[in-house]
Design a protein around this ligand. Structure first.
Ligand code: ZN
Length: 360
């Protein structure tokens, strides 16, 4: 066993260990405390070294990227462009006098400037829109502003609040903000029109929908993951019930053809939204079912029954395993990365059901 595997196995075992002492396998108290659960299925538990993750389904594959350029541009029509380097996504809108850039992920970095020159040679980036405040989506903004000092930055007022508190030089403060909730902020420049909406608390407070009606393109970041499992813990949603509401109403609220979702390597469609709604519904039901069917305290060492944290740790571990086992047969082949984050999703979901009172 490699050191990394042994370390991973030990860490996993310590996290998912039952406190029950197994005499059969015990070689002393320490080993006995590291007995893994016996009912885990084919998906490796967290903090376990994985020699090979599941293959990526064809439907989840990204668009081809020229390795010499390191990014791809898709012309969506009517001045809208989708740009990705395979992991992050942005939108450019060309207008009469320049370009609007929505988001500036450092992972794409200076290739944003190359892409801008490819899309509209000689035209400046006149405006930047921040979808939300997270560094991984806008952390290259200061570099854009250094290249185009007159650039105007637009964001929701809640994003401004977060950026003011962060005081992060990589993310210059927006100069234009709006604070309506559920209402549309119309943004017009150089013959192009964008509608910006903060639907409700979702992935992050202030995370907005950017709608370019002319090309039927909707940009909403870190909420839908076309072809892929959401990033861990429901994409770190600040408001899980709000995220559910935002996703479930998305196809009804917009007549879009293209969804720029922020990750991974291809744009999304309404079918991707439907698939994620179906997954999240199953996830909710699996977690709720496990919370009801698993009995707290059942496998805890009686000596730990006075330790409520230990009782809960053991209970939640078994709830999460039950949730994962319920979902795996139907979902492991339907979205890329299911095996990578399904434990995290079940953990986030059962927690939200218990704490937020999430319901469908
Ligand atoms: Zn984010």
């Amino acid at each position: 066993m490699k050191t990394s595997q042994r370390l991973g196995a030990a860490l996993a075992a310590s996290i998912f260990a039952t406190a029950a002492v197994s005499q059969e396998h015990a070689h002393g108290d320490h080993d006995a405390l590291l007995t893994p659960y016996t009912n885990t299925g084919s998906i490796a538990t967290p903090l376990t070294y994985i020699e090979k993750y599941a293959d990526i389904p064809d439907a989840s594959a990204g668009i081809p990227i020229d390795p010499d350029k390191g990014y791809a541009v898709v012309d969506l029509g009517d001045g809208a462009y989708f740009v990705t380097e395979g992991v992050y996504q942005v939108m450019f809108i060309e207008h009469d006098d320049g370009l609007i850039l929505a988001d500036a992920p450092p992972n794409i970095g200076s290739r944003l400037l190359t892409a801008a020159e490819e899309i509209a040679p000689g035209k400046p980036i006149t405006h930047m829109i921040y979808s939300h405040a997270h560094v991984d989506h806008i952390g290259f903004a200061a570099e854009i502003a250094a290249t185009f000092p007159d650039v105007e930055i637009v964001a929701h007022a809640l994003t401004l609040d977060k950026l003011e508190r962060a005081g992060d030089a990589r993310r210059p403060l927006p100069s234009v903000t709006f604070d309506t909730e559920g209402k549309v902020f119309e943004f017009n420049v150089g013959g192009q029109a964008l509608s910006l909406t903060y639907p409700a608390p979702n992935h992050q407070h202030g995370n907005i929908e950017i709608w370019h009606e002319a090309s039927s393109t909707l940009m909403l970041i870190d909420v839908v993951f076309p072809g892929w499992m959401m990033w861990r813990r429901l994409a770190l949603a600040e408001d899980i019930p709000g995220t559910f509401d935002t996703i479930r109403s998305l196809n009804d609220r917009y007549d879009f053809e293209t969804l720029i979702a922020g990750h991974v390597g291809r744009p999304g469609t309404k079918a991707d939204v439907d698939l994620q709604v179906e997954f999240m519904t199953d996830l909710h039901n699996a977690a709720a079912g496990a919370l009801g069917s698993v009995t707290p305290g059942e496998t805890v060492n009686p000596e730990d029954l006075a330790n409520p944290w230990a009782v809960f740790d053991n209970y939640i571990d078994r709830v999460v395993i039950e949730c994962v086992n319920t979902l795996t047969p139907n979902w492991e082949d339907r979205m890329a990365g299911f095996d990578v984050y399904i434990y995290d999703q079940c953990l986030a979901m059962e927690q939200s059901i218990r704490i937020d009172g999430s319901s469908l």
